[in-house]
Write a protein that binds this ligand. Structure first.
Ligand code: LLP
Length: 406
């Protein structure tokens, strides 16, 4: 299936905006399947498993779709673990890659029977004291590799809080020995939006030095971070090349124990970014000396990526596709600077037009908030040609729901 065939048309997105109201997140299930197929077909014939990093988008209907197409799931909090189990994933297909969490969450994850990656010496020691050899555990390591599309998304470099620094491996080994820990996997995640496949190969090389030290190792977890194209000419991680290079790296470093290791990846964006459309409506046009401002009925409370990471999202005026392009700055309606795009060429905009932000499935709704006491958007899933409301828009009652009025 080509990308074109899986894209939702402007007319259809307008009709969904009219039916469900705006701002509205729309997800297209078939695009997720298409992205997953890209991964599985590139890695066909290899011993590789994909865990969807559900922090990107946790709506339970998305989780169920991901499960139905055969992926496993990676979680970053105990609540994500519970959502995944609620969605129907069996515990052995749920991975909990924690960072900086209290030991009580690890105990709870163990009681739920999921796979656990621990990222601190302190929790590893507590795990050893409580479970010893009785429950397998993975170790999240910091490989000291700088990679990713923005410093805020880089997690593997030598100033990062994530993982146990590889240079502390002796202390890890001491704990493994002391508590007879059963180390099932070694994990690294270097960042998000990594286009260069050699970054993953570098990560493997860091791990290869360590593999012989863990006698019961079964899995190597290389994390997520595949790049998706946000703007024209951006390109995405070449998954075919990645599969080939990962295969070669393992072929050149046969595991000393002779046991074949299974490779894991944790893609988030790659699976759900492109499936998502954020549909907004134009409230106000304001011509000023500085810019032609277009204010839409949203803000960084609904899509924070442009303000937080200077991220680029393609924006189209789906109501006026044949019009002459003009230059605009697209902004939101909240009480501080919330610029979605500066000086962007968009087909002539009129008040009431629908503007669609593309590639908004990953970390869009998921990072939204009620700032300015605005409602969080509704979410719609389009699957097999039908549109289903999968989250209603907040209501005024939702704003008061947990408040205690004295
Ligand atoms: N595994 C771990 C341990 C992670 O921390 C992450 C993302 C992933 C996998 C998935 O990475 P992905 O394949 O989605 O790049 N909010 C940012 C991205 C931050 C990602 C944090 N960790 C954004 O909107 O670009």
């Amino acid at each position: 299936m080509s990308q074109q065939e899986t894209q939702l048309s402007p007319e259809y997105l307008i009709s969904l905006g009219q039916q469900f109201g705006t701002p509205l997140y729309v997800y297209h299930a078939e695009t997720i399947s298409q992205q997953y197929n890209k991964l599985t077909s590139a890695f066909r014939g290899t011993n590789t498993v994909f865990f969807y990093a559900c922090k990107a988008l946790t709506n339970v209907n998305i989780l169920r779709h991901i499960y139905s197409i055969g992926a496993n799931v990676d979680c970053s909090s105990i609540n994500e673990v519970k959502l995944a189990l609620h969605a129907g994933f069996p515990p052995q297909r749920v991975l909990y890659t924690s960072n900086g969490i209290g030991f009580d969450e690890i105990v709870e994850a163990q009681s739920l029977g999921v796979i656990i990656n621990i990222d601190s010496l302190s929790n590893l020691e507590k795990f050893g004291q409580k479970f010893g050899h009785g429950y397998p555990v993975g170790i999240r390591l910091r490989p000291n590799i700088m990679a990713g599309g923005h410093l805020k998304m880089s997690t593997g470099h030598d100033k990062s809080k994530f993982g146990i620094p590889v240079d502390q491996i002796d202390r890890v080994l001491k704990l493994v020995d002391q508590y007879n820990l059963r180390i099932g996997d070694l994990h690294i995640h270097t960042g998000s939006e990594i286009k260069d496949v050699d970054v993953f190969v570098k990560g493997i090389e860091v791990l290869f030095d360590l593999i012989p030290k863990f006698k019961e190792l079964q899995f190597i977890d290389l994390g997520g971070g595949f790049k998706v194209p946000y703007k024209e000419g951006d390109g995405e991680t070449n998954i075919q090349e990645l599969a080939q290079k990962v295969g070669e790296a393992f072929a050149n470093h046969p595991n000393p124990g002779g046991r074949p290791l299974q490779v894991w990846f944790e893609p988030g964006k790659f699976l759900v970014s492109e499936c998502g459309y954020f549909v907004t409506k134009v409230n106000v046009l304001k011509e000023t000396n500085a810019a032609n401002f277009v204010s839409v009925d949203s803000g960084f409370n609904h899509l924070i990526r442009p303000m937080f990471y200077d991220a680029y999202h393609r924006i189209e005026n789906v109501s006026n596709t044949a019009a002459t392009p003009k230059r605009y700055s697209v902004v939101g309606n909240i009480c501080e600077t919330d610029t979605f795009a500066w000086d962007r060429t968009i087909n002539e905009v009129r008040e009431g037009d629908y503007l669609v932000f593309y590639n908004a499935g990953a970390y869009g709704f998921e990072m939204s908030s009620n700032f300015n006491s605005r409602y969080k958007p509704a979410e719609v899933l389009v699957k097999a040609g039908s549109a289903h409301l999968i989250r209603r828009r907040d209501t005024f009652e939702d704003l008061l729901r947990n408040q205690i009025e004295l």
